[in-house]
Write a protein that binds this ligand. Structure first.
Ligand code: GLN
Length: 272
């Protein structure tokens, strides 16, 4: 079976971008995107990958890795796949950090560790810590940190645990991409996203998906030093609520930054 037949299998199963997916799988197996021939062993591997993809499993889980901010990030079942939109959050934080050194940075709900690692890569002298409640996610975060030789401190804890938060002081930056989808949005997820952990997606039981912003802001604000930055990724309809929330918790210079599709995606504020 040649590659075009795998493409057809995916197309027949209604998978968009079948050609792209097959190229990525071919590269993963052979090291070459355009490998003309596959050995029998490679064909079996390919068939296995194609069948998983036909079931709607995300390409990123099948490949076991995805790129984020120029870094290879290992992913798999149980960890959120890094999204291109989240690179805007990293850009925003790095812009703010320009010209500053020796910063203390904390990433809450780190998942695969992609944000913390991208920040550490570009701020080598920063002290970067990351927290997540999912041990599965953290096995990926540790693997990713090790692979890139990036020295970040990883904590297995619930970001909603006030006692845990009390140990953290004097942070220059707290960054987070918490779960923020609404119950309604969870009902409407695309098949691929349904394979991802709900714990990383659902923003609480309230209607607007802002539970984690409210909790994290009140629990962690004391860990940020005066003039320090709080930076959140948000759902595109949440900018107003999250901005008001930051304002009500004594953050100023509140800014909303848009993603590549001109939708509100990041909210930041500085602690007064
Ligand atoms: N942006 C993700 C999605 O649309 C949601 C990520 C999150 O909840 N933090 O699936």
């Amino acid at each position: 079976m040649v590659n075009s037949e795998f493409v057809r299998m995916l197309e027949d199963a209604g998978i968009p971008d079948a050609d792209f997916d097959v190229r990525c799988m071919t590269e993963q197996i052979t090291g070459n995107r355009f490998a003309p021939e596959l050995h029998p062993e490679q064909r079996n591997q390919m068939l296995d990958m194609v069948q998983r993809r036909m079931q709607g499993e995300p390409l990123q889980y099948i490949l076991g890795e995805w790129e984020f901010y120029g870094l290879r990030i290992f992913v798999g079942k149980g960890v959120l796949i890094p999204r291109p939109d989240t690179e805007i959050l990293v850009d925003t934080v790095l812009d703010w950090c320009k010209g500053k050194s020796g910063l203390k940075v904390l990433d809450l709900c780190t998942g695969s560790g992609c944000i913390a690692l991208a920040l550490k890569k570009h701020l080598p002298d920063a002290d970067v810590s990351a927290v997540d409640t999912s041990e599965t996610a953290l096995t990926y975060a540790r693997k990713n940190a090790e692979y890139h030789h990036l020295d970040i401190e990883i904590h297995h804890a619930d970001v909603l645990d006030k006692h845990f938060a009390k140990q953290f002081h004097d942070y220059d930056v707290i960054v987070s991409n918490p779960p923020y989808l609404t119950g309604q949005e969870m009902q409407e997820l695309q098949t691929e996203v349904r394979h991802e952990p709900a714990i990383a997606l659902l923003g609480g039981s309230d209607e607007d998906g802002t539970y984690f912003y409210r909790k994290i802001t009140s629990i962690w604000k004391d860990a940020i030093k005066t003039g320090g930055l709080l930076a959140y990724e948000i759902g595109w309809k949440q900018a107003e609520r999250v901005s008001e929330l930051l304002n009500s918790h004594a953050f100023r210079q509140i800014q909303v930054i848009q993603d590549y599709e001109q939708r509100d995606r990041v909210v930041t504020g500085e602690k007064i």
